[in-house]
Design a protein around this ligand. Structure first.
Ligand code: ATP
Length: 256
């Protein structure tokens, strides 16, 4: 399949003052026959969601943007988009918030951007299909520019809190550019090895002992790398490799 080439500022932006979920809207548009990439951007989401339907708090002043991608790659490669998007989001934050200290800006497997140990942003990649049954994807970004929730089981943070106030539109502009660059590098999956290498450079806890919850089971091991589908490769103390696929774990640094 010939990969599409992407160019920044050419993807139309569709704006909503308020919407349930930009990802839900994107999937709906694909199923209705949307044939060209588009950004769906909302000021507020009333049913923002994360993985497995978990809620994503979506207050005015943060960025909620979904990139709709009809037919971006063979279906087997779509899970890689999570890492393409993670790198692009990191690039965009670096560009749009130059005051930020970058050494604590890390990608957390599989789909979060962390800043100084707090969750700054989440990415939700969902697969769908177009009206001809071809694979399609939506990539949702929720970025805490101004607000972050309190009282979660872990720390959340915002660019505002980090002393790098950034308008959602400035971040969107940088993200549009960064996504075009990273999607072209990915090249429908042919370029995933270089995406993978760069993602690991900025990954949280790579090389460290981590605990991973897989349903009711908890596995502890050294986070060695991600494989060519984006699965996490853990080395247990007994030397056995454990492959953890995206979508069913939460990662916590191991405290001995
Ligand atoms: P994790 O990566 O933290 O193990 P997850 O990947 O399942 O969890 P997501 O699907 O990215 O999490 O997002 C949903 C979760 O994120 C919610 O359950 C909530 O705990 C947290 N959350 C919701 N809104 C925000 C926000 N604005 N900023 C940071 N975290 C949030």
């Amino acid at each position: 399949m010939a990969a599409q080439r992407f160019q920044s500022s050419t993807i139309p932006i569709v704006r909503f003052a308020e919407i349930g979920s930009t990802n839900a809207e994107g999937l709906e548009r694909l199923s209705r026959g949307e044939a060209m990439p588009a950004w769906l951007v909302a000021d507020i989401q009333t049913s923002g969601r994360g993985r497995r339907g978990r809620p994503w708090t979506s207050e005015l002043g943060n960025l909620f943007a979904t990139l709709v991608l009809p037919n971006p790659a063979p279906v087997a490669n779509l899970a890689q988009l999570c890492f393409v998007a993670g790198l692009a989001l990191r690039d965009a934050v670096v560009a749009a918030a130059p005051l930020l200290s970058l050494d604590t800006l890390k990608l957390k497997w599989p789909n979060d951007l962390m800043l100084d140990g707090g969750k700054l942003a989440g990415i939700l990649v969902e697969g769908g299909s177009d009206r001809y049954g071809r694979p399609a994807a939506v990539i949702g970004f929720g970025v805490n520019c101004l607000h972050h929730p309190e009282g979660l089981p872990y720390k959340a943070t915002s660019l505002e809190e980090a002393g790098a106030p950034t308008a959602p539109d400035r971040l969107l502009e940088a993200l549009d550019l960064a996504m075009a660059v990273r999607l072209n590098q990915w090249n429908a999956g042919n370029g995933f090895p270089s995406i993978r290498t760069e993602w690991m450079r900025y990954a949280l806890a790579i090389g460290d002992q981590v605990s991973v919850k897989i349903g009711e089971r908890e596995v502890t091991g050294r986070f060695e790398s991600i494989d060519n589908r984006g699965a996490m490769m853990l080395r247990r103390r007994d030397g056995i490799a454990e492959i953890v696929t995206a979508g069913d774990v939460s990662l916590q640094p191991k405290v001995d």
